[in-house]
Design a protein around this ligand. Structure first.
Ligand code: UD1
Length: 427
């Protein structure tokens, strides 16, 4: 098993280039099915979730060629199956985007019940509601979700809850349906907008992405294209917090500062200095931070995916900070690990109360999910001395070259292979 060894207490300084957005890319790869043609994708993050989706595309007959580390050529003219194999699909949550794209192009999609980070209940009723409204039936057969339609027809769909996944899946399914679909109460995240832009570049007619209402005029005239994926808002936010938490000074390049406003504003409130320019943000840390309260919400609110990293920073902020999780039932597992590092945190359901301590201490900890892992990396960089972080496969699902990027900023982090029995003794 692999672990990170971190010798913390050193400020991160320098510049870091942000990769393509994971949450956009994991929807855009399945969306290439709609083209039935060749798509060249640029700025694709080289992470394990993307490697799994490449395998999924190949498994249904697409040909995928790497043109470089971040460029993929995907030919979906040869797709000859509407079934994502169970063992592949369960590896990640976003495999469910193949439901929307296969349904749209072939009238049928079969995908296993999705896996992904354990953040509490993660229903897909709103995805199915959209498919059903467009005329598809759904059934669960031996843990495979099967959606089928003789004919997809545009509809007016009002989502009961704001869901990134359901909004994107509905856009995929409606893109090739007959007539016009109107989606209301939709998610407005930058990755939703990016997927809409990609669909339009392939010939779709999707308008309004980024607002509460999306209108899609269905077309069968989809085609290949070349498309560059938007920068990763969450990776950028993670490095912004890392700069502040380690009292460092980092230029974060290849970002869209508008997508980062909620984190920029919170970092300023606690006492960091954040300067924005065209495609960069510059974060300079302070000696001590003041406490603050955070409530996570759909975009443009504070993103749930950045609350764990902000939690790490708030461990040592002066006074009492409260984080209220507005999206997921169970997103505070990382707090138990931070407590092992000397943090003072009380968790009650969706609310965590942080009493600022002077400093964090090194400890052996484990990543419980992707963003929890990022929070522990930041906490370990804050704590003077050597920490060990286990279960790092979660972190590597979502961050490109995290070790290399932190080392280039002067952080002391190494990935090591640890024998299983040594790990058992540590916990
Ligand atoms: C996406 C992100 C994830 C992020 C989340 C919220 C990807 C690959 N993942 O996840 O990193 O934490 O958005 O910003 O993009 N819900 C339902 N029924 C549904 C769908 C969702 O009740 O059919 C609920 C969920 O339980 C949750 C809320 O809606 O409480 C938001 O979920 P959603 O936006 O769908 O999250 P994901 O798309 O899974």
């Amino acid at each position: 098993m692999e672990k990170y060894i971190v010798n913390g207490g050193k400020p991160l300084r320098g510049e870091v280039v942000i990769s393509g957005a994971k949450n956009a890319a994991v929807a855009i790869l399945p969306a290439t099915v709609l083209a039935g043609d060749v798509c060249v994708l640029e700025n694709v993050p080289d992470i394990s979730d993307i490697h799994y989706e490449i395998e999924m595309l190949k498994s249904i007959g697409a040909s995928v060629e790497r043109l470089g580390r971040t460029r993929l050529r995907i030919d979906t003219s040869t797709v000859n199956s509407a079934v994502i194999p169970h063992e592949l699909g369960v590896k990640m949550r976003a495999s469910y985007y193949f439901l929307g794209s296969l349904l749209s192009r072939f009238g049928e999609g079969n995908v296993p019940m999705p896996g992904g980070c354990d953040l509490g209940a993660r229903p897909i009723d709103q995805h199915l509601k959209a498919f059903n409204a467009l005329g598809a039936s759904d059934e669960l057969d031996y843990a495979m979700i099967c959606v089928k339609a003789e004919h997809l027809r545009g509809e007016h769909i009002f989502f009961d809850t704001v869901s990134v996944g359901a909004t994107i899946n509905a856009m995929l399914a409606a893109s090739m349906a007959e007539g016009t679909t109107i989606l209301e109460n939709v998610a407005k995240e930058p990755h939703v907008v990016d997927v809409a832009n990609f669909l339009n570049t392939m010939g779709a007619d999707v308008r309004g992405a980024g607002t509460d209402v999306i209108k899609i005029r269905g077309t069968r005239n989809m085609h290949g294209c070349t498309y560059t994926i938007v920068p990763d808002q969450i990776e950028a936010g993670t490095f912004m917090v890392a700069a502040a938490a380690t009292k460092g000074d980092i230029w974060i390049r290849n970002v869209e500062p508008k997508h980062l406003e909620s984190i920029t504003s919170k970092l300023r409130v606690v006492g960091a200095t954040v300067t924005e320019s065209d495609d960069s943000v510059h974060v300079v840390g302070a000696d001590r931070y003041t406490s603050t309260n955070i409530k996570t919400m759909p975009h443009p609110g504070f993103p749930t995916d950045l609350q764990p990293v902000m939690g790490a920073l708030l461990c040592t902020a002066e006074g009492t900070s409260i984080i209220t999780e507005g999206i997921w039932d169970s997103r505070f597992k990382y707090c138990d690990e931070l407590i092992k590092m000397g943090a003072s945190i009380q968790v009650n359901g969706r609310v965590a109360v942080f009493e600022g301590v002077e400093k964090l201490r090194p400890a052996p900890v484990k990543a419980t999910d992707l963003r929890a892992g990022a929070a522990l990396v930041i906490a370990a960089l804050m704590a003077e001395g050597q920490s060990e972080i286990a279960e790092i496969q979660h972190v590597e699902r979502g961050y490109v070259d995290i070790v290399k990027k932190i080392r280039a900023l002067g952080g002391d982090i190494t990935k090591v292979e640890i024998p299983e029995d040594a790990l058992r003794k540590a916990y």
